[in-house]
Write a protein that binds this ligand. Structure first.
Ligand code: RUQ
Ligand code: CUA
Length: 620
């Protein structure tokens, strides 16, 4: 059965993987040097003009999302998602503080746009947190996070997020198997008590909430990368696995023992049906499907050991796996897989899940000469695939139909992912691809031992691929998605809504109400003052007693583009931003007596320095 699986030259390659970056590119030909004039023109976006695309890059363990313009590669925004951010006060105001749930960091991988009929629809962006098992949704009207969901029974949803063709689900398979409910269990009981839980999450556009729909108890393996099917394969999705050896220590060696791991191929429509029919166990409120008990939705496809990326072609006909420890990409056919399932071409079972016969599903193994460390594949509009080579530091362009290599371009250095314009949709644009490099080494002015990493913009429109721009990114770029700029419809000013709870729109309505030991301030921020009490002589002063809970509800009544106010309480560790037309709430206990200046942190007018007031806390 193992015949046909790419021979693993794992000892050698494993050595390259760890040592790879040191020789990366030295034997791969010339270093890319942009041609100063013609390339500069291609990336120059003159003042008054805008970039053609937005690129949303994962901020990794900063827990944030970075927004760049393409082709200029200028960073235009940092959107805090899983980590508090002083620049926007994210994590201090009531809503964001509650969403973050006490966590002070996150590890954001793999952003994914919402889709309609397989096209990015420009409405939402989803992301997951490998550090603390969360999923988030960002509203692209405001570039702010709407909801964060804590996902139970899972640890490190690296293999996410990927959305189905009409954003029915986003899936979060686990990287680290853990017992259900993360209960204590000895590592000796790994194979019986630990599970690789995959979660199906839905997003409700009305309530703007993420919800856990169901989970699947997969074998106790590590799930790495994933992709949803498209068109004829739209009901299906694929995940790569590693450590099917079930090693519990020294994974570097022990998780690479077998010649093969698997791709999990599953039908989410079928799973949805099973859940509707009650074919699940309820554990702590989560509906968990057991694939050994309820068959017909999940299959395993053998693949060369320790695969990393798996990517579905834009036409939905194939999925391509890349191997960290195999020097090749393996092309599989969905159609062949469906046939094999129909004809029960199985090669045994694992944990009750049928294993499909490799030769019946595999179409070809693609092995470009001297290309080492294939990780991820993207696509253009002409049937070409672009695979990043971590070890040989290049992007290889190849023909999906024939497997033939057509072009290759060195990048600086060690690309993990790359991202093509509209690359994960059913219709990639084919104009640009950006290499997301893990190592920038000598690319920028040195800032000491730790360097920023880099993203390199590659022009795909000429006869040869060409690097035409580079931008630092810090920390390392995990994944990114690129969307046509005109698909995103932001709002510049939040609508004046007099019925919005706690909002105040007229200065005379600003007031301070005491309820027991709670002090509620219904105030206004405007150029260039705070009004907490519209009837008081000193309208910008709040006086409370030590131990009181103070609740500020502040509305920015400047309905003007880019007039954002800040609200900070000096020496009280409180800070938030209030965007034009927005109402924000901040609450804290005034446990320190004394005199505390309040000031606006966002430069908003010539008299911004005058936008201040006082919080007076009378001693007990
Ligand atoms: S992974 S370098 Cu976090 Cu996306 Cu492949
Ligand atoms: Cu408001 Cu500065």
């Amino acid at each position: 059965m193992k015949k046909g699986i790419i021979p693993a030259i794992s000892g050698l390659l494993a050595g390259f993987l760890t040592a790879g970056v040191f020789f990366a590119n030295t034997d791969m030909g010339e270093k890319t040097v942009a041609n100063a004039s013609s390339d500069a023109e291609k990336v120059y976006v003159p003042f008054g003009k805008q970039d053609e695309y937005y690129l949303f890059a994962s901020g990794g363990h900063s827990g944030q999302l970075f927004v760049y313009g393409v082709p200029s590669m200028r960073r235009i925004r940092t959107v805090p998602v899983f980590t508090p951010d002083a620049a926007t006060g994210y994590g201090w105001d009531k809503k964001s503080k509650e969403m973050l749930g006490g966590y002070t960091w996150g590890d954001l991988h793999h952003p994914a746009f919402s889709e309609t009929k397989g096209e990015y629809d420009g409405k939402y962006l989803f992301a997951t947190d490998v550090a603390n098992n969360r999923a988030a949704v960002m509203d692209l009207k405001t570039f702010t996070v709407e909801d964060i969901l804590n996902v139970p029974n899972t640890s490190g949803p690296h293999c996410a997020a990927f959305v189905t063709e009409n954003t029915e689900y986003l899936f979060l398979p686990t990287r680290f198997p853990v017992p259900i409910n993360r209960e204590y269990a000895k590592l000796d009981d790994f194979s019986t008590k630990y599970k690789g839980v995959m979660s199906a999450v839905t997003f409700n556009e009305q309530t703007k909430k993420l919800e856990l729909a169901y989970q699947v108890a997969l074998p106790p393996w590590s799930y790495d990368l994933s992709d949803a099917g498209k068109k004829t394969s739209a009901d299906w999705a694929v995940l790569t696995t590693y450590n099917t050896e079930e090693a519990t220590t020294n994974l570097e060696i022990n998780a690479s023992q077998k010649d093969r791991d698997y791709i999990v191929l599953f039908n989410w429509k079928e799973l949805e049906k099973m859940v509707k029919e009650g074919k699940y166990d309820t554990v702590n409120g989560a509906k968990i499907v057991n694939p050994a008990k309820h068959k017909g939705a999940i299959y395993l496809v053998p693949v060369a050991k320790s695969p990393h990326g798996v990517d579905v072609t834009p036409d939905g006909k194939r999925f391509i796996a890349s191997g960290k420890l195999a020097p090749a990409m393996t092309v599989f056919s969905f159609e062949k897989a469906f046939e094999a399932i129909k004809n029960k071409k199985f090669d045994g079972e694992k944990y009750g899940i049928p294993v499909l016969d490799y030769a019946s599903v595999m179409e070809r193994e693609v092995n470009p000469p001297n290309a080492l460390g294939p990780l991820h594949t993207q696509f253009d509009d002409k049937g070409f695939a672009y695979t990043t080579m971590f070890i040989s530091s290049e992007i290889v362009k190849w023909n999906v139909e024939t497997g033939e290599t057509v072009d290759r371009v060195p990048v600086q250095y060690s690309p993990g992912h790359s991202v093509a314009a509209e690359g994960d949709s059913v219709s990639p644009d084919g104009k640009y691809i950006v290499a997301l490099n893990k190592i920038a080494k000598d690319s920028y002015l040195s800032v000491g031992p730790s360097h920023p990493e880099s993203m390199q913009l590659i022009d795909l429109t000429g006869s040869k691929m060409k690097v035409i721009q580079t931008a630092p990114v810090d920390p390392e770029p995990h994944y990114a998605q690129i969307i046509k700029a005109d698909k995103i419809k932001t709002i510049e000013v939040l609508p004046k809504d007099e019925k919005r709870p706690n909002s105040v729109w007229k200065q005379e309505d600003a007031r301070i109400e005491r309820k027991g030991n709670e002090v509620h301030v219904y105030g206004i921020a405007m150029r260039s003052k705070f009004i907490f009490d519209g009837k008081a002589e000193r309208k910008d002063v709040v006086t409370v007693k030590q131990g009181d809970k103070v609740i500020f509800h502040l509305t920015n009544i400047d309905l003007d583009e880019d007039i954002t106010h800040g609200f900070a309480v000096n020496a009280y560790n409180q800070n938030m931003e209030i965007q034009p037309g927005e109402t924000k709430t901040m609450e804290f206990v005034a446990d320190k007596a004394g005199t505390y200046p309040i000031y606006c942190t966002n430069f908003c007018s010539a008299l911004h320095q005058e936008m201040s007031g006082y919080l007076l806390v009378e001693p007990k």
